[in-house]
Write a protein that binds this ligand. Structure first.
Ligand code: SAH
Length: 259
């Protein structure tokens, strides 16, 4: 049995023995079997360092920083990869898919929040993968609908997220290219897989005043590289859709159908 994750239960900071808060974590990760009665919060200072690095690289949103400091990314990867969980790198999660780089998760959610200081409303995430980004989103949005087309990963995300007990995360199995009409309209839509274009279902299901952030393939001279992707931000206004193209990214492909 995995120990119960310390997030979000630790939101209320409990009294710790004097000096314990600043004591460095042991080099080896704490046991996953939770056998000890006094458990060091796993990788807490490592996570803080990761966020500090992202801040040095330009991350400014306080809600995003707080969420990344809380969500235990090491619980979403294979135990053999735990030691790399707080590097700014994508890692394999099975079935040819990857957990996104923390820096990219942070950047895309920062774009999604667009400077607001309160929680976003309902959010649709396309591409649950292992569930990490869904957990981060659960801290900055009121409701998170996260859809995954691969049954194996949908099940894995459910297992990974179960112990966190996040009542505002709703995991769905299906083709996210069709969005999820039952949860619409969304204040935010975020995709973790990149296609050639934004499906119209997504912009249809976006609320007026809502924002969509997704990687999209850009081709030819404009991008400078064949087959590269950029983050595209679409704002839905009363006058229509407004699109901005941001930095280059590398996401797994958005595919249709389920498997
Ligand atoms: N959000 C994840 C990233 C997972 S990688 C994280 O936190 O790290 C992207 C995921 O998108 C993959 O699991 C892939 O299977 C999924 N995907 C690709 N096309 C999809 C589609 N049409 N509908 C739903 N999921 C899709």
């Amino acid at each position: 049995m995995k120990p119960r994750p310390s997030f979000p239960a630790r939101l209320d900071t409990q009294a710790r023995p004097a000096g314990a808060a600043r004591r460095p974590l042991p080099a080896a990760p704490p046991p996953r079997d939770g056998g000890t009665s006094i458990r060091q919060p796993a990788f807490e200072s490592t996570r803080k360092r990761m966020v500090a690095k992202l801040v040095a690289q330009g991350l400014a949103d306080r809600q995003v920083c707080a969420a990344l400091e809380l969500v235990e990314r090491h619980r979403f990867v294979d135990p053999a990869l735990e030691g790399q969980a707080y590097e700014d790198t994508s890692l394999p999660i099975g079935l040819g898919q990857t957990i996104s780089k923390p820096g990219v998760v942070a950047r895309m959610i920062e774009l999604l929040l667009n400077g607001r200081t309160d929680r976003l409303g309902r959010v649709l995430e396309v591409g649950t993968g292992c569930g990490y980004q869904a957990a981060v989103l659960s801290l900055v949005a009121t409701e998170v609908y996260s859809i995954e087309r691969l049954r194996g990963l949908h099940d894995k995300a459910r297992d990974n997220l179960r112990a966190f007990r996040l009542p505002n995360v709703h995991l769905l199995f299906g083709d996210g290219m069709a969005g999820f009409a039952k949860g619409a309209p969304y204040a935010g839509i975020i995709a973790a897989a990149g296609g050639d274009a934004i499906p119209t279902a997504w912009t249809d299901q976006l609320a007026v005043g809502g924002r969509l952030v997704a990687p999209v393939a850009v081709s030819g001279a404009a991008s400078g590289a064949v087959g590269s992707q950029s983050i595209v931000v679409i704002d839905k206004t009363a006058q229509g859709l407004r699109q901005n193209v941001c930095e280059t990214v590398h996401f797994v492909p958005l595919k249709s159908g389920v498997a």
